[in-house]
Ligand binder design. Structure first.
Ligand SMILES: [Zn+2]
Length: 172
């Protein structure tokens, strides 16, 4: 049992996924070769079925799995909207789900890559000006449209991810 070492394994897996969500290049073949980890996720999938779409996404890294997780996030958005007395179109629900999932997978600002500052033009050096995309926050800025719903779905997915991490850490 080395759960302290393995805690965060789900997070690591999510980090690997980010290119699949932010670009069209879904050809990630970097499957985890860790049989214990995969077995623990399989166990979690049975005992904590709400996490199943996320688990399939972690394990397969393919477009169909990302789509399935997005649909799940859109469903969370529908519930959050209902609680707020809002009715969103199906395409808006998918967009809220997609934005939330993308933030969970990669919350880093895509312009400054978390450095918070703009590069000096023509160089790889950080300049004195704060990043205009994130206003010096270093994190991906969520769209204004339905931001509150997106934040709610992000929290929901992060809670599932935390529970999943505990389950996995206790199994490997
Ligand atoms: Zn930035």
């Amino acid at each position: 049992m080395n759960s302290s070492k393995r805690a965060g394994a789900v997070r690591e897996s999510l980090d690997r996924l980010s290119p699949a969500l932010v670009s069209d290049d879904l050809s990630i073949t970097d499957h985890r070769g860790d049989a214990d980890y995969v077995a623990a996720l399989g166990y979690a999938s049975m005992t904590y079925p709400i996490a199943s779409p996320l688990i399939r996404m972690y394990l397969s890294h393919d477009r169909a799995a990302v789509r399935e997780a997005t649909v799940m996030a859109a469903d969370m958005a529908r519930n959050a909207a209902r609680r707020a007395g809002l009715v969103l179109s199906p395409s808006d629900l998918i967009e809220v789900g997609r934005q939330a999932l993308q933030y969970v997978v990669n919350p880093t600002c895509p312009r400054c890559h978390g450095t918070k500052y703009e590069l000096i033009p023509g160089t790889n050096c950080l300049g004195p000006h704060v990043c205009t995309a994130c206003a010096g926050d270093g994190r991906r800025r969520l769209p204004a449209k339905h931001r509150r719903l997106i934040v709610e779905v992000v929290s929901r997915i992060q809670r599932i991810e935390s529970t999943l991490d505990v389950i996995v850490a206790n199994r490997v």
